[in-house]
Write a new protein. Structure first.
Length: 455
């Protein structure tokens, strides 16, 4: 028999630290929670603390967290009224968002239409240009089939260029092309990779910026006409296009430049009828911003924006999804101090191989301005089936220097045994003079890692 329908019961279609984070925000709003879990996550903390918990399949994500039919069935039998997808898995799947609402449930996120517009790199770029958001110079739409036409576009943009899949993400489906001789082969290989990874071989082309920083603008929009931008983050420290350490606000970018781009992002949201939380991602070089994509979900690095603005973004996601308006106006959003986030992964800090297994010791840092978002405790077994992130150390200080000092202490205090983690990598990064000075570009970390290997 189906469970009785609650006035407010949220099914959390995710796992790990974000599931626990959503659960806490639900409690703050007096919303009941449903934890769905795979066999591998049966003993996970958010499962134990949920109002209702339901196993939806085996360890394989494809047969559990990525199975839309199982998630919708779980919502029906538990009487859930809303589904929060978190990040990853089905969080940016427009078909899933559509199916949730077709089932009479609330999808805690943007509409399927917004996800489709912003999930396709070409339509997203078109929407941004219409809103006055600066974009990376490139092809006007998808690449034509004729090789000579593609070559003409690349020549007009100017080498180096980067060939990208329209449905790509996470560093997949892209290749840098340094000269005309490399173009045809790069297009062929990228199209093949895109078809295999995304089921869509459509490509586009952009100017390859050689030493840019990765800057994000966080937005929050209700369904009553209010669209806000909540400051900026610098996410330039990346390895294989995966973020490692983030900070807010970015160093050495004039506040008025960020405010101008933030206002345009808010205007773009208003134009496409966006609702909920989202993130605009830009490359920034020589004083110029260039839009690359929008993430239509909560970001892993959202806590540093929360710490610098005092706004609970996940709580606001839930309020907006249930029809509430934002209680803020743009002039109310003020950035205070500086924040960092380190992603703590169960992986070798030099080879980056995952290190699943039993955690036998788990000592967390504390003190003023220190926050740890994690689902892990001593005795937890890190499964080999999912992403290796086991927690996030977030620190906040009145200045960047104060936040850095707190981060050093927090990293030194944290103790993990039983599995290998990337804590030593974070300690080395924080001690690196170039990082401490700020303003490193997106290639800095990989170049630094290669230098370290050669030493």
């Amino acid at each position: 028999m189906s469970a009785p329908r609650s006035a407010g019961r949220v099914l959390i279609a995710n796992r790990g630290e974000i599931a626990l984070r959503i659960q806490r925000a639900c409690r703050a709003l007096k919303l009941e929670t449903v934890a769905v879990f795979s066999e591998a996550d049966r003993e996970s903390r958010h499962v134990q603390e949920a109002d209702i918990a339901l196993c939806i399949g085996p360890a394989s994500a494809a047969k559990s967290y990525l199975d839309a039919e199982r998630l919708l069935l779980a919502a029906r039998v538990t009487g859930a009224t809303a589904i929060h997808p978190g990040y990853g898995f089905l969080s940016e799947n427009a078909d899933f968002a559509e199916a949730v609402e077709a089932a009479g449930l609330i999808f805690v996120g943007p509409t399927a239409q917004s996800i489709r517009i912003m999930g396709d790199k070409i339509s997203a770029k078109r929407a941004m240009l219409e809103a006055g958001v600066p974009c990376v110079p490139g092809s006007d739409g998808s690449l034509p089939e004729a090789a000579e036409d593609v070559a003409a576009i690349a020549e007009a943009v100017g080498y180096p260029v980067i060939v990208k899949a329209t449905g790509g993400g996470g560093g997949k489906g892209m290749r840098v092309v340094w000269s005309a001789d490399e173009l045809a082969e790069a297009v062929r290989l990228t199209a093949r990779e895109a078809r295999q990874a995304f089921g869509n071989g459509t490509l586009y082309l952009e100017k390859f910026m050689q030493k840019p920083r990765h800057i994000e603008i966080q937005v929050l929009c209700d369904t009553h006409g209010t669209s806000l931008w909540l400051g900026a983050r610098d996410c330039s420290l990346q390895r294989s296009h995966q973020k490692v350490l983030e900070e807010a606000p970015p160093c050495d970018i004039p506040a008025e430049d960020i405010a101008r781009i933030g206002a345009r992002c808010a205007e773009a949201c208003h134009r496409i009828g966006y609702r909920g939380a989202g993130t605009f991602e830009f490359l920034y070089e020589d004083g110029l911003f260039a839009f690359i994509e929008m993430n239509t979900r909560i970001q892993v690095e959202h806590p540093i924006t929360e710490e610098t603005t005092g706004i609970d973004i996940v709580r606001e996601q839930l309020r907006i999804a249930h029809g509430a308006g934002l209680n803020l106006r743009q002039q109310d959003v003020v950035t205070h101090g500086h924040a960092f986030e380190c992603r703590i992964n169960a992986e070798d800090p030099r080879t980056f191989r995952p290190s699943p297994g039993l955690i036998t010791r788990w000592d967390l840092p504390g003190g003023p301005g220190v926050r740890v978002d994690t689902h892990v405790t001593a005795g937890y077994t890190v499964p080999p089936h999912y992403d290796s992130m086991i927690g996030k150390i977030i620190v906040h200080g009145g200045t960047r220097e104060e936040a850095l000092a707190r981060l050093e202490i927090a990293l030194a205090e944290m103790r993990v045994e039983g599995v290998t983690t990337n804590l030593p990598l974070h300690q080395d990064i924080v001690a690196e003079p170039a990082f401490r000075e700020g303003s490193v570009d997106i290639h800095f970390l990989e170049n630094w890692l290669r230098t370290r290997e050669d030493a």
